[in-house]
Design a protein around this ligand. Sequence first.
Ligand SMILES: NC(=O)C1=CN([C@@H]2O[C@H](COP(=O)(O)OP(=O)(O)OC[C@H]3O[C@@H](n4cnc5c(N)ncnc54)[C@H](O)[C@@H]3O)[C@@H](O)[C@H]2O)C=CC1
Ligand SMILES: O=P(O)(O)OC[C@H]1O[C@](O)(CO)[C@@H](O)[C@@H]1O
Length: 385
Amino acid sequence: MKQAVHFGAGNIGRGFIGALFSQSSYHVTFVDIAEQIINKLNEEKSYKVVLATNQKETIQIDNVSGLNNMTQEQEVITAIKEATYLTTAIGPNILPRIAPLMARGITERVAQTDEKKLYVIACENQIGATDILKQHILDNLDEETKAKIEGKVHFFNSAVDRIVPIQDQDSLDVLVEPYYEWVVEAKESIPHVEGMTIVEDLAPFIERKLFTVNTGHAVIAYLGYLAGKSTIDETLADDAVANQVRETLKETGAYLVKEYGIDETEHLSYINKNIERFKNPFLNDGVTRVGRSPIRKLGPEDRLIRPATQAEKAGLPFENLAKAIAAALLFDNPEDQEAMEIQSMIKEHGPEYVLKTVSKLEENSEIAKEVIRAYDMLKSNASEA
Ligand SMILES: NC(=O)C1=CN([C@@H]2O[C@H](COP(=O)(O)OP(=O)(O)OC[C@H]3O[C@@H](n4cnc5c(N)ncnc54)[C@H](O)[C@@H]3O)[C@@H](O)[C@H]2O)C=CC1
Ligand SMILES: O=P(O)(O)OC[C@H]1O[C@](O)(CO)[C@@H](O)[C@@H]1O
Protein backbone atom coordinates (compact mmCIF):
# COMPACT_ATOMS: atom_id res chain seq x y z
CA MET A 1 0.00 0.00 0.00
CA LYS A 2 1.21 3.54 -0.78
CA GLN A 3 2.26 5.53 2.28
CA ALA A 4 1.62 9.12 3.33
CA VAL A 5 3.18 10.65 6.44
CA HIS A 6 1.22 13.62 7.73
CA PHE A 7 2.46 15.89 10.55
CA GLY A 8 -0.45 17.29 12.60
CA ALA A 9 -3.35 14.98 13.47
CA GLY A 10 -5.63 17.93 14.27
CA ASN A 11 -8.64 19.38 12.52
CA ILE A 12 -7.22 19.78 9.01
CA GLY A 13 -4.96 16.74 9.33
CA ARG A 14 -7.72 14.28 10.17
CA GLY A 15 -10.65 16.19 8.68
CA PHE A 16 -9.17 17.06 5.31
CA ILE A 17 -5.66 16.12 4.12
CA GLY A 18 -5.30 12.75 5.89
CA ALA A 19 -8.87 11.88 4.88
CA LEU A 20 -8.14 12.55 1.19
CA PHE A 21 -5.03 10.34 1.30
CA SER A 22 -6.99 7.53 2.93
CA GLN A 23 -9.73 7.88 0.30
CA SER A 24 -7.00 7.62 -2.35
CA SER A 25 -5.86 4.21 -1.00
CA TYR A 26 -2.91 5.47 1.00
CA HIS A 27 -2.04 4.31 4.49
CA VAL A 28 -1.75 7.52 6.52
CA THR A 29 0.72 7.75 9.38
CA PHE A 30 -0.22 10.79 11.44
CA VAL A 31 2.64 12.32 13.44
CA ASP A 32 1.71 14.47 16.43
CA ILE A 33 2.68 15.31 19.99
CA ALA A 34 -0.85 14.75 21.31
CA GLU A 35 -0.41 11.37 22.95
CA GLN A 36 -4.14 10.81 23.40
CA ILE A 37 -4.86 11.23 19.66
CA ILE A 38 -1.93 9.00 18.68
CA ASN A 39 -3.06 6.25 21.06
CA LYS A 40 -6.62 6.43 19.78
CA LEU A 41 -5.48 6.27 16.13
CA ASN A 42 -3.50 3.12 16.89
CA GLU A 43 -6.32 1.53 18.88
CA GLU A 44 -9.23 2.40 16.60
CA LYS A 45 -7.36 2.45 13.23
CA SER A 46 -10.21 4.43 11.69
CA TYR A 47 -12.49 7.40 12.31
CA LYS A 48 -15.33 9.26 10.65
CA VAL A 49 -15.45 12.57 8.85
CA VAL A 50 -18.88 14.05 9.54
CA LEU A 51 -20.27 16.66 7.15
CA ALA A 52 -21.75 19.75 8.79
CA THR A 53 -25.15 19.54 7.07
CA ASN A 54 -28.70 18.76 8.16
CA GLN A 55 -28.20 15.09 7.29
CA LYS A 56 -24.76 14.81 8.95
CA GLU A 57 -23.49 12.36 6.29
CA THR A 58 -20.38 10.46 7.39
CA ILE A 59 -17.32 9.22 5.53
CA GLN A 60 -15.37 6.30 6.97
CA ILE A 61 -11.60 6.88 7.07
CA ASP A 62 -9.52 3.68 7.30
CA ASN A 63 -5.86 2.71 7.10
CA VAL A 64 -4.61 5.24 9.61
CA SER A 65 -2.11 5.01 12.44
CA GLY A 66 -0.18 7.41 14.63
CA LEU A 67 3.36 8.18 15.82
CA ASN A 68 4.53 10.56 18.50
CA ASN A 69 7.38 12.71 17.17
CA MET A 70 8.73 13.33 20.67
CA THR A 71 8.98 9.70 21.76
CA GLN A 72 9.09 7.73 18.48
CA GLU A 73 11.65 9.57 16.39
CA GLN A 74 13.17 6.44 14.84
CA GLU A 75 9.72 5.16 13.81
CA VAL A 76 8.95 8.53 12.19
CA ILE A 77 12.25 8.36 10.27
CA THR A 78 11.37 4.86 9.04
CA ALA A 79 7.91 6.04 7.97
CA ILE A 80 9.45 8.95 6.02
CA LYS A 81 11.79 6.50 4.28
CA GLU A 82 8.80 4.57 2.98
CA ALA A 83 6.46 7.44 2.12
CA THR A 84 5.36 8.87 -1.22
CA TYR A 85 3.93 12.02 0.37
CA LEU A 86 5.15 13.97 3.40
CA THR A 87 2.62 16.64 4.38
CA THR A 88 1.91 19.00 7.28
CA ALA A 89 -1.08 20.84 8.78
CA ILE A 90 0.42 21.87 12.06
CA GLY A 91 0.43 25.68 12.13
CA PRO A 92 3.05 27.88 10.40
CA ASN A 93 4.87 28.64 13.67
CA ILE A 94 5.52 24.93 14.31
CA LEU A 95 7.24 24.20 10.96
CA PRO A 96 10.76 25.04 12.25
CA ARG A 97 10.26 22.64 15.17
CA ILE A 98 9.41 19.59 13.05
CA ALA A 99 11.93 20.27 10.27
CA PRO A 100 14.94 18.66 12.06
CA LEU A 101 13.16 15.28 12.34
CA MET A 102 11.94 15.52 8.74
CA ALA A 103 15.52 16.27 7.71
CA ARG A 104 16.75 13.14 9.50
CA GLY A 105 14.12 11.05 7.71
CA ILE A 106 15.08 12.55 4.36
CA THR A 107 18.80 12.04 5.05
CA GLU A 108 18.32 8.32 5.74
CA ARG A 109 16.00 7.97 2.79
CA VAL A 110 18.33 9.47 0.17
CA ALA A 111 21.32 7.61 1.61
CA GLN A 112 19.68 4.48 0.17
CA THR A 113 19.87 3.77 -3.55
CA ASP A 114 16.05 3.93 -3.75
CA GLU A 115 15.04 6.26 -6.58
CA LYS A 116 11.42 6.57 -5.42
CA LYS A 117 10.44 10.22 -5.22
CA LEU A 118 9.17 11.96 -2.11
CA TYR A 119 6.68 14.82 -2.39
CA VAL A 120 6.63 17.35 0.45
CA ILE A 121 3.65 19.71 0.85
CA ALA A 122 2.94 22.06 3.76
CA CYS A 123 -0.82 22.61 4.08
CA GLU A 124 -0.92 25.79 6.14
CA ASN A 125 -2.65 29.17 5.85
CA GLN A 126 0.53 30.88 4.75
CA ILE A 127 1.89 32.06 1.43
CA GLY A 128 4.88 29.89 0.43
CA ALA A 129 4.58 27.59 3.48
CA THR A 130 6.35 24.72 1.70
CA ASP A 131 9.21 27.00 0.63
CA ILE A 132 9.58 28.05 4.27
CA LEU A 133 9.49 24.42 5.45
CA LYS A 134 12.00 23.48 2.74
CA GLN A 135 14.43 26.13 3.98
CA HIS A 136 14.12 24.82 7.56
CA ILE A 137 14.77 21.28 6.31
CA LEU A 138 17.78 22.41 4.21
CA ASP A 139 19.18 24.16 7.29
CA ASN A 140 19.25 20.71 8.92
CA LEU A 141 20.89 18.78 6.04
CA ASP A 142 24.59 18.29 5.38
CA GLU A 143 26.03 19.32 2.01
CA GLU A 144 26.19 15.74 0.72
CA THR A 145 22.49 15.15 1.44
CA LYS A 146 21.53 18.51 -0.05
CA ALA A 147 23.12 17.43 -3.32
CA LYS A 148 21.46 14.01 -3.16
CA ILE A 149 17.88 15.29 -2.71
CA GLU A 150 17.97 16.91 -6.16
CA GLY A 151 15.42 15.06 -8.28
CA LYS A 152 14.43 12.79 -5.38
CA VAL A 153 12.63 15.09 -2.97
CA HIS A 154 10.17 17.56 -4.43
CA PHE A 155 8.64 20.49 -2.55
CA PHE A 156 5.30 21.97 -3.65
CA ASN A 157 3.46 24.99 -2.27
CA SER A 158 -0.26 24.62 -1.74
CA ALA A 159 -3.48 26.36 -0.67
CA VAL A 160 -5.90 24.51 1.61
CA ASP A 161 -9.48 25.53 2.09
CA ARG A 162 -11.98 23.75 4.32
CA ILE A 163 -13.54 25.09 7.51
CA VAL A 164 -12.93 22.64 10.33
CA PRO A 165 -13.89 23.96 13.77
CA ILE A 166 -12.50 22.83 17.13
CA GLN A 167 -13.64 19.25 17.84
CA ASP A 168 -14.82 17.15 20.72
CA GLN A 169 -11.46 16.01 22.14
CA ASP A 170 -12.79 12.60 23.24
CA SER A 171 -13.35 11.29 19.73
CA LEU A 172 -11.25 10.95 16.58
CA ASP A 173 -14.29 11.82 14.45
CA VAL A 174 -14.14 15.24 12.80
CA LEU A 175 -16.97 17.59 11.87
CA VAL A 176 -16.13 19.47 8.65
CA GLU A 177 -17.93 21.69 6.18
CA PRO A 178 -18.81 19.83 2.94
CA TYR A 179 -16.81 22.27 0.75
CA TYR A 180 -13.09 21.85 0.22
CA GLU A 181 -10.34 22.95 -2.13
CA TRP A 182 -6.71 21.76 -2.08
CA VAL A 183 -4.62 23.42 -4.77
CA VAL A 184 -1.01 22.31 -5.27
CA GLU A 185 1.55 24.07 -7.46
CA ALA A 186 3.42 21.47 -9.50
CA LYS A 187 4.96 21.73 -12.93
CA GLU A 188 5.12 17.97 -13.40
CA SER A 189 2.72 15.09 -12.99
CA ILE A 190 2.60 13.74 -9.42
CA PRO A 191 0.90 10.68 -7.88
CA HIS A 192 -2.87 11.06 -7.88
CA VAL A 193 -4.67 12.11 -4.69
CA GLU A 194 -8.48 12.43 -4.75
CA GLY A 195 -9.53 16.06 -4.38
CA MET A 196 -6.08 17.56 -5.11
CA THR A 197 -6.04 20.15 -7.91
CA ILE A 198 -2.72 20.77 -9.63
CA VAL A 199 -1.91 24.22 -11.01
CA GLU A 200 1.22 25.69 -12.58
CA ASP A 201 1.02 29.01 -10.72
CA LEU A 202 -0.40 29.05 -7.19
CA ALA A 203 -0.16 32.82 -6.57
CA PRO A 204 -3.68 33.76 -7.79
CA PHE A 205 -5.21 30.78 -5.98
CA ILE A 206 -3.59 31.32 -2.61
CA GLU A 207 -4.08 35.09 -2.65
CA ARG A 208 -7.72 34.74 -3.76
CA LYS A 209 -8.32 32.24 -0.94
CA LEU A 210 -6.33 33.99 1.78
CA PHE A 211 -7.71 37.46 0.97
CA THR A 212 -11.32 36.29 0.64
CA VAL A 213 -11.98 33.29 2.90
CA ASN A 214 -9.45 34.18 5.57
CA THR A 215 -9.78 37.98 5.40
CA GLY A 216 -13.58 37.73 5.53
CA HIS A 217 -13.45 35.22 8.35
CA ALA A 218 -11.02 37.40 10.33
CA VAL A 219 -13.29 40.46 9.99
CA ILE A 220 -16.21 38.47 11.43
CA ALA A 221 -14.07 36.97 14.19
CA TYR A 222 -12.62 40.26 15.43
CA LEU A 223 -15.87 42.25 15.17
CA GLY A 224 -17.76 39.35 16.75
CA TYR A 225 -15.30 39.15 19.62
CA LEU A 226 -15.64 42.91 20.21
CA ALA A 227 -19.44 42.58 20.24
CA GLY A 228 -19.29 39.72 22.77
CA LYS A 229 -20.49 37.09 20.27
CA SER A 230 -19.24 33.53 20.50
CA THR A 231 -19.67 32.03 17.02
CA ILE A 232 -19.09 33.11 13.43
CA ASP A 233 -22.66 32.45 12.21
CA GLU A 234 -24.13 34.29 15.19
CA THR A 235 -21.90 37.31 14.43
CA LEU A 236 -22.72 37.28 10.72
CA ALA A 237 -26.44 37.41 11.50
CA ASP A 238 -25.84 41.07 12.44
CA ASP A 239 -26.44 43.10 9.25
CA ALA A 240 -23.83 45.69 10.18
CA VAL A 241 -21.14 42.97 10.38
CA ALA A 242 -22.35 41.33 7.16
CA ASN A 243 -22.08 44.70 5.44
CA GLN A 244 -18.60 45.29 6.87
CA VAL A 245 -17.42 41.88 5.59
CA ARG A 246 -18.76 42.62 2.13
CA GLU A 247 -17.15 46.08 2.02
CA THR A 248 -13.79 44.64 3.14
CA LEU A 249 -13.95 41.88 0.55
CA LYS A 250 -14.74 44.46 -2.12
CA GLU A 251 -11.38 46.05 -1.24
CA THR A 252 -9.41 42.77 -1.38
CA GLY A 253 -11.41 41.88 -4.52
CA ALA A 254 -10.44 45.11 -6.28
CA TYR A 255 -6.76 44.26 -5.66
CA LEU A 256 -7.18 40.63 -6.81
CA VAL A 257 -9.04 41.64 -9.97
CA LYS A 258 -6.38 44.22 -10.82
CA GLU A 259 -3.40 42.01 -9.96
CA TYR A 260 -4.50 38.74 -11.53
CA GLY A 261 -7.05 39.81 -14.14
CA ILE A 262 -9.72 37.74 -12.36
CA ASP A 263 -13.20 38.24 -13.84
CA GLU A 264 -15.04 40.73 -11.61
CA THR A 265 -18.45 39.02 -11.80
CA GLU A 266 -16.93 35.62 -11.09
CA HIS A 267 -15.06 37.06 -8.13
CA LEU A 268 -18.25 38.59 -6.74
CA SER A 269 -19.91 35.19 -6.83
CA TYR A 270 -16.82 33.69 -5.10
CA ILE A 271 -17.25 36.31 -2.35
CA ASN A 272 -20.96 35.49 -2.03
CA LYS A 273 -20.26 31.75 -1.94
CA ASN A 274 -17.81 32.25 0.92
CA ILE A 275 -20.17 34.45 2.92
CA GLU A 276 -22.72 31.62 2.65
CA ARG A 277 -20.07 29.15 3.92
CA PHE A 278 -19.48 31.33 6.98
CA LYS A 279 -23.23 31.18 7.79
CA ASN A 280 -23.21 27.38 8.22
CA PRO A 281 -24.99 26.94 11.59
CA PHE A 282 -23.86 23.31 12.00
CA LEU A 283 -20.18 24.29 12.33
CA ASN A 284 -20.62 26.20 15.58
CA ASP A 285 -17.26 27.79 14.80
CA GLY A 286 -15.90 30.02 17.58
CA VAL A 287 -14.75 33.61 16.97
CA THR A 288 -11.75 32.87 19.20
CA ARG A 289 -10.63 29.98 16.94
CA VAL A 290 -10.95 32.01 13.77
CA GLY A 291 -9.25 35.02 15.36
CA ARG A 292 -6.49 32.92 17.00
CA SER A 293 -2.83 33.93 16.86
CA PRO A 294 -3.25 37.63 15.97
CA ILE A 295 0.52 38.23 15.78
CA ARG A 296 0.60 35.80 12.85
CA LYS A 297 -2.57 37.27 11.38
CA LEU A 298 -1.19 40.83 11.63
CA GLY A 299 2.04 39.82 9.88
CA PRO A 300 3.06 41.73 6.72
CA GLU A 301 2.28 38.81 4.38
CA ASP A 302 -0.95 37.68 6.02
CA ARG A 303 -4.69 38.17 5.36
CA LEU A 304 -5.11 41.73 6.67
CA ILE A 305 -1.87 43.64 6.13
CA ARG A 306 -0.81 42.33 2.72
CA PRO A 307 -4.08 43.15 0.94
CA ALA A 308 -4.03 46.62 2.56
CA THR A 309 -0.44 47.37 1.51
CA GLN A 310 -1.06 45.93 -1.96
CA ALA A 311 -4.23 48.03 -2.30
CA GLU A 312 -2.35 51.14 -1.26
CA LYS A 313 0.41 50.44 -3.81
CA ALA A 314 -2.21 49.96 -6.52
CA GLY A 315 -3.99 53.21 -5.58
CA LEU A 316 -7.06 51.28 -4.37
CA PRO A 317 -9.11 51.88 -1.20
CA PHE A 318 -8.18 50.15 2.08
CA GLU A 319 -10.35 51.89 4.75
CA ASN A 320 -12.34 48.76 5.56
CA LEU A 321 -9.19 46.65 5.79
CA ALA A 322 -7.83 49.29 8.18
CA LYS A 323 -10.92 48.81 10.33
CA ALA A 324 -10.37 45.03 10.35
CA ILE A 325 -6.74 45.55 11.41
CA ALA A 326 -7.93 47.88 14.18
CA ALA A 327 -10.42 45.25 15.38
CA ALA A 328 -7.59 42.67 15.44
CA LEU A 329 -5.59 45.02 17.69
CA LEU A 330 -8.53 44.97 20.12
CA PHE A 331 -8.71 41.14 20.27
CA ASP A 332 -7.79 40.72 23.93
CA ASN A 333 -8.75 37.06 24.42
CA PRO A 334 -6.99 36.03 27.65
CA GLU A 335 -6.76 32.41 26.40
CA ASP A 336 -4.69 33.43 23.37
CA GLN A 337 -1.01 33.94 24.06
CA GLU A 338 -0.40 36.07 20.97
CA ALA A 339 -3.41 38.26 21.81
CA MET A 340 -1.98 38.81 25.26
CA GLU A 341 1.44 39.71 23.81
CA ILE A 342 -0.17 42.30 21.57
CA GLN A 343 -2.12 43.76 24.48
CA SER A 344 1.09 44.12 26.53
CA MET A 345 2.81 45.83 23.60
CA ILE A 346 -0.13 48.21 23.24
CA LYS A 347 -0.16 48.93 26.96
CA GLU A 348 3.54 49.65 27.02
CA HIS A 349 4.11 51.39 23.68
CA GLY A 350 0.71 52.02 22.01
CA PRO A 351 -0.95 50.42 18.96
CA GLU A 352 1.40 52.27 16.54
CA TYR A 353 4.24 50.14 17.92
CA VAL A 354 2.42 46.89 17.02
CA LEU A 355 1.80 48.16 13.50
CA LYS A 356 5.48 49.03 13.17
CA THR A 357 7.05 45.94 14.73
CA VAL A 358 4.54 43.16 14.00
CA SER A 359 2.96 44.39 10.76
CA LYS A 360 6.05 46.20 9.44
CA LEU A 361 3.97 49.24 8.50
CA GLU A 362 5.94 52.44 8.26
CA GLU A 363 5.21 54.91 11.02
CA ASN A 364 2.81 57.57 9.79
CA SER A 365 2.06 55.64 6.60
CA GLU A 366 -1.46 56.25 5.31
CA ILE A 367 -2.51 52.73 6.35
CA ALA A 368 -1.09 53.09 9.87
CA LYS A 369 -2.87 56.44 10.29
CA GLU A 370 -6.17 54.98 9.05
CA VAL A 371 -5.82 51.98 11.39
CA ILE A 372 -5.22 54.23 14.39
CA ARG A 373 -8.30 56.34 13.51
CA ALA A 374 -10.42 53.17 13.33
CA TYR A 375 -8.82 51.78 16.50
CA ASP A 376 -9.72 54.90 18.49
CA MET A 377 -13.26 54.83 17.15
CA LEU A 378 -13.82 51.10 17.87
CA LYS A 379 -12.30 51.48 21.31
CA SER A 380 -14.49 54.40 22.26
CA ASN A 381 -17.61 52.62 20.86
CA ALA A 382 -16.71 49.58 22.94
CA SER A 383 -16.29 51.59 26.13
CA GLU A 384 -19.64 53.36 25.57
CA ALA A 385 -21.48 50.06 25.02
N1 LIG B 1 -9.05 24.39 10.80
C1 LIG B 1 -9.24 24.89 9.60
O1 LIG B 1 -10.40 25.10 9.19
C2 LIG B 1 -8.10 25.20 8.69
C3 LIG B 1 -6.80 25.25 9.11
N2 LIG B 1 -5.80 25.50 8.20
C4 LIG B 1 -4.43 25.49 8.59
O2 LIG B 1 -4.05 24.16 8.93
C5 LIG B 1 -3.06 24.18 9.94
C6 LIG B 1 -3.54 23.32 11.10
O3 LIG B 1 -4.73 23.88 11.62
P1 LIG B 1 -5.73 23.01 12.47
O4 LIG B 1 -5.79 21.64 11.94
O5 LIG B 1 -6.97 23.80 12.58
O6 LIG B 1 -5.00 23.03 13.89
P2 LIG B 1 -5.09 21.95 15.06
O7 LIG B 1 -4.66 22.66 16.27
O8 LIG B 1 -6.43 21.30 15.05
O9 LIG B 1 -4.03 20.85 14.64
C7 LIG B 1 -2.65 21.02 14.78
C8 LIG B 1 -2.06 19.73 15.32
O10 LIG B 1 -0.65 19.92 15.37
C9 LIG B 1 -0.20 19.28 16.56
N3 LIG B 1 1.08 19.87 16.97
C10 LIG B 1 1.33 21.07 17.52
N4 LIG B 1 2.63 21.22 17.76
C11 LIG B 1 3.24 20.07 17.37
C12 LIG B 1 4.59 19.62 17.35
N5 LIG B 1 5.60 20.38 17.79
N6 LIG B 1 4.83 18.41 16.86
C13 LIG B 1 3.83 17.62 16.40
N7 LIG B 1 2.54 17.99 16.39
C14 LIG B 1 2.25 19.20 16.87
C15 LIG B 1 -1.30 19.52 17.59
O11 LIG B 1 -1.21 18.60 18.64
C16 LIG B 1 -2.54 19.36 16.72
O12 LIG B 1 -3.02 18.03 16.74
C17 LIG B 1 -2.84 25.66 10.30
O13 LIG B 1 -1.78 26.16 9.55
C18 LIG B 1 -4.14 26.31 9.83
O14 LIG B 1 -3.98 27.66 9.52
C19 LIG B 1 -6.05 25.70 6.87
C20 LIG B 1 -7.33 25.65 6.41
C21 LIG B 1 -8.44 25.38 7.28
O1 LIG C 1 -6.22 28.65 10.68
P1 LIG C 1 -5.84 30.11 10.90
O2 LIG C 1 -4.88 30.63 9.90
O3 LIG C 1 -5.54 30.46 12.29
O4 LIG C 1 -7.13 30.95 10.63
C1 LIG C 1 -8.38 30.49 10.79
C2 LIG C 1 -8.81 30.45 9.38
O5 LIG C 1 -8.49 29.23 8.72
C3 LIG C 1 -9.62 28.53 8.48
O6 LIG C 1 -9.64 27.67 9.55
C4 LIG C 1 -9.75 27.82 7.22
O7 LIG C 1 -9.21 28.41 6.11
C5 LIG C 1 -10.68 29.51 8.48
O8 LIG C 1 -11.70 28.96 9.20
C6 LIG C 1 -10.13 30.74 9.12
O9 LIG C 1 -10.26 31.80 8.23
